[in-house]
Each structure stands twice: as C-alpha cells, then as structure tokens.
Ligand binder design. Structure first.
Ligand code: MLT
Length: 391
C-alpha cells in the first residue's frame, strides 16, 4: 500500500487548527485570563426563531410513521432547491432546480469538485485567500500559480496573460480582506476564463454581507458566467449554520468541457459518494429563505456589521490601516510597527488576551497583516477594541 506523498507538501498545520492550539495552550497556562476570540470566523448569535421552529416541526415528523423520512435525494430536497432558485431569481439570475445541489457547507464541495478535474490542470489562486483552496489542490498534486492581491490593487487582482490557468478560484466578498469585485471586474474574469477554456470556482460564502446593491453577490449576475463558473455558497455565516451545516453548490447545465457536461458528472459523483444533508437541517435551511427568515438573518448580519464598526473606529483612532468590515464580517488590518503576522498574534494574545488570525496564514501577501472577525458578542467586541487601543 502506497500513501499519497502529496500530503507531505501541505504546510504542517491547518491555519485555524494552529490558532486554536496556541490559544488552548495559552489559556491552560493562564486560567485567570479572559481571552476574547476574534480568530476563526465562527458565529456567536443563536439560530433565528423561524429556523428553529421549522427544525422542531421536522424532528416531530420524524417521530410519526406516516411522516418519517429515510434517505433523501442526494442533491437535496426539491422544496429547498426551489427556495434557492427563488433567491437567485431575486438577483435576476435564472437557474433550473437541477443546477442547484444542497451541500453540507461550502468547504467540502470546494474540495470535492476537484474530483471532476484532471490532476494535470494548472490552478490559479489569489494570495491572500481562504487556505482550503491551496490545501485541497496540494493534496491532489496539482500545480498552483498565485495571483497577488495587495493594497496596490485594492486586494482585487484582475487577470493578465501570465495568469493563464485551467482552474481559477475567486472569493468575493474575499476572505480574509473583505474586498468585493464589481460587475466589470467579474466580467473581466469571466471573459478571461472563456478565452482560456478555464473554469472559475466562485466562493460566495459571504455574499449575504454585501450591503451595496451595486455589487454582484453571485457570479451568475455577470454575462456568460453560466458557461465557465461553479458557485459555492453556505448558510454558515449567512444564517448561523456553522454547527448545523448546510449550503448549496450551483453547477449550470452550460458547463461543457471536452464535450462533457459537468452538471451530469457531479450528479453521478454525488450518487456514489453522498446521501444528502439531513432532512431536519434542510427544513431549517428552507426557513432561512422565508420572508421572516430573511428579516431575522438580516438583523443578525447587521449586529455583526455593527461589531465590525466598533473595531474599525478603534483602528481609525489609532491611525492603523485596515480594510473590510463593510461588505464582509472581517477586518483586515496592518500589523503596527512592521511586526510580522505571527509576532503580532503572540503580542496581542499575551498582552491584550485578544485572538485574531495571522495574515500570513492566508498567503505570502498576508504577511504583516492580521484578520479580526466581527462574529462576537457586543460586550466582547467593545472590550477587545478597548484592550487593543490601550495596548
Ligand atoms: C474563517 O475563519 O475563515 C472561516 O470560518 C473558516 C471556514 O469557513 O471554514
């Protein structure tokens, strides 16, 4: 039995595990200290009322013989796919229900989709970005090219000749920088992908945080994207589903490569490898798209955005450069006094007992930057801002 040697090309620890590990060790050594965690983007507000009520009803159905449900469709129940279809209709994006696949959160499918593509492909990944894209491709042994996202291009790199690749990852609103592509910029990527017969894997996990109605919240708002893009979305940050697990992957029927239909390939793969998301969870997810659900999730999103403002105001006063926090739950700040990202992590943890995520964990261009999440309790946010200001 031979093991996959590519595995050893991974960096030793996954970013968020390393942060969690360091914080655990610090807290064990300093049990009297109140550590405020603004590291991993994990929600803190409870699920919306309508979601919980719907899941309770679904759980109850499971206790009666005539309403009990066993295996569901691997692509998700039609009632939920129709709700997602309506949600896209409101963005003027027309999808058929067989283009919508219910997933257990964006992360799994972002990696799983790679099973449809040869390992010979070149992959283009923005730097900095969510580290799972790199790790999934490293494990498969694909060749990775990076495209720089820096302050000079507002953290929104655009395609150029030297960026030719087969598989292109884009994340907008971006994790970690919070930068959002506009229509024209996304159109440039779509045109580039079409000209190069490449595919765009578009991570829209933070789309619900886009407040500016002029900005696209789906790549399918851009002309011809149906011919070259897959979109991944998640209810994790949108509706507090980080622990519940539900999202959706959009694979248009127009994605034809080497005369093969990717939608059909994905459906076949799902049948072999997935038995769908739990019925109870899908019922809860359905409630997110109801009128009340949309109202209630927006209240929570607004709460997190107000948290972001608390941190932004503190950084403004300190004259520290940052971006994000407006159409995104993340603040991307420059480490003061030329500190490296990990030095600043240790300094902030030890001196202010505040946890963030070192920017270098998102790529080489993240060095010297630091990410703070707005997914916290209000009192903790205020206290963290005060502690940072004092330090
Ligand atoms: C993050 O902090 O970047 C995210 O919570 C990680 C994730 O969504 O897996």
């Amino acid at each position: 039995m031979k093991i996959n040697q590519n595995h050893f090309n991974l960096i030793e620890n996954y970013l968020f595990s390393e942060v969690a590990d360091k914080v655990k060790k610090y807290s064990e050594k300093n049990p009297d200290k109140k550590v405020i965690k603004l590291g991993i983007g994990d929600v803190t507000l409870p699920l919306c009322k309508v979601v919980v009520e719907e899941m309770k009803k679904a759980a109850d159905e499971m206790s009666h013989k005539n309403t009990f449900k066993g295996y569901g469709p691997e692509e998700g129940y039609l009632f939920l796919r129709e709700k997602v279809q309506d949600y896209y209709n409101k963005k003027n994006v027309t999808l058929s229900t067989d283009e919508i696949f219910i997933n257990d959160g964006a992360k799994c499918d972002i990696g799983n989709i790679l099973e449809l593509f040869s390992q010979d492909n070149y992959v283009l990944i923005p730097d900095p970005v969510y580290p799972a894209y790199v790790d999934c491709n490293v494990m498969d042994g694909r060749k990775i090219k990076y495209i720089n996202a820096t302050k000079a291009n507002d953290f929104l790199p655009l395609p150029a000749r030297e960026n030719q690749a087969d598989i292109i990852y884009l994340c907008s609103p971006n994790n970690p920088t919070g930068a959002v592509y506009n229509h024209k910029q996304l159109q440039a990527w779509v045109d580039f992908a079409l000209a190069n017969e490449a595919i765009i894997l578009f991570d829209a996990a933070y789309e619900a945080f886009i407040g500016d109605k002029n900005l696209p919240s789906s790549i399918f708002e851009v002309e011809n994207a149906r011919k070259c893009a897959v979109e991944f979305c998640s209810l994790s940050k949108t509706a507090g589903f980080t622990g519940i697990r539900c999202g959706y992957t959009i694979i248009p029927q127009d994605l034809i490569y080497e005369s093969k239909n990717l939608n059909k390939m994905w459906k076949r793969r799902l049948a072999a490898k997935f038995n769908g998301v739990s019925y109870i969870v899908q019922r809860g997810a359905g409630a997110v798209f109801s009128e009340d659900g949309q109202k209630q999730i927006q209240e929570n999103i607004q709460y997190y955005k107000n948290n972001a403002q608390i941190i932004s105001r503190a950084l403004d006063k300190l004259n520290i450069y940052y971006t994000g926090g407006i159409n995104s739950p993340y603040i991307w700040m420059k480490c003061p006094d030329g500190m490296t990202s990990w030095d600043f992590f240790d300094y902030l943890l030890q001196r202010a007992n505040v946890v963030g995520t070192p920017g270098s964990g998102f790529g080489k261009n993240g060095e010297g930057f630091f990410r703070l999440t707005a997914f916290g309790d209000r009192e903790n946010m205020i206290e963290a801002a005060e502690r940072i200001a004092k330090l």
